[in-house]
Design a protein around this ligand. Structure first.
Ligand SMILES: [Mg+2]
Length: 184
């Protein structure tokens, strides 16, 4: 199966680290991220937060460890003959630091698509992906609506009811089990 895998919040445990960094920068003490949209959580303009990310890209992208079980999970998928294609909302300018991070943690990759402002649904179609692993409920819903099954990695910011075609998985182990059940 051709499986699309998101990076932030799925492969990289980005949000845990970003929460700490943003708390320090904005002088806040938010402990649980309940909304995926960080600019809303911190109540700052998107441009302002984007500037913080641009200026600290090296630190913010290199500091997070992989999500628990991600490396092993991805290796398992590849060993079972699946194709893994990463699709991230990171921009093409962030390719270099992303590849260094993947290398640092020895996470296997062949194709990484840097969507930037491009729509993930279009890329899922373009790359003929058959399943997508995502953490943002908004993307999950949009991809599922286009007819591609989605596994949503559980997080504090994606709680709530899920639309048809989206299956919540508690962790990477459950993701692997779910894919085995699908037998596509
Ligand atoms: Mg994500």
């Amino acid at each position: 199966m051709r499986i699309g895998v998101d990076i932030d919040g799925v492969t990289s445990d980005s949000y845990t680290v970003w929460l700490g960094e943003l708390n320090r920068y904005y002088g806040k003490n938010i402990e649980v991220l309940e909304d995926y949209h960080l600019e809303l959580v911190y109540d700052v303009p998107w441009d302002d937060m984007n500037q913080f990310f641009v200026e600290n890209v090296e630190r913010l992208f290199m500091l997070p460890p992989p999500m628990k079980g991600a490396k092993q999970g991805i290796e398992t998928l590849l060993a079972k003959g699946h194709e893994v294609i990463y699709v991230t909302a990171r921009s093409p300018e962030e390719k270099d630091v992303t590849l260094r991070w993947m290398d640092k943690y020895e996470i296997p990759y062949e194709n990484i698509i840097f969507a930037g402002m491009k729509n993930k649904v279009d890329l899922v179609k373009e790359w003929q992906l058959e399943l997508f692993i995502e953490d943002y409920a908004g993307n999950a819903e949009a991809i599922a609506k286009s007819g591609i099954q989605v596994l949503l990695l559980d997080s504090t910011y994606n709680q709530g009811e899920l639309p048809t075609g989206v299956t919540r998985c508690r962790n990477w182990m459950q993701i692997i089990k779910q894919i085995e059940k699908m037998k596509l």
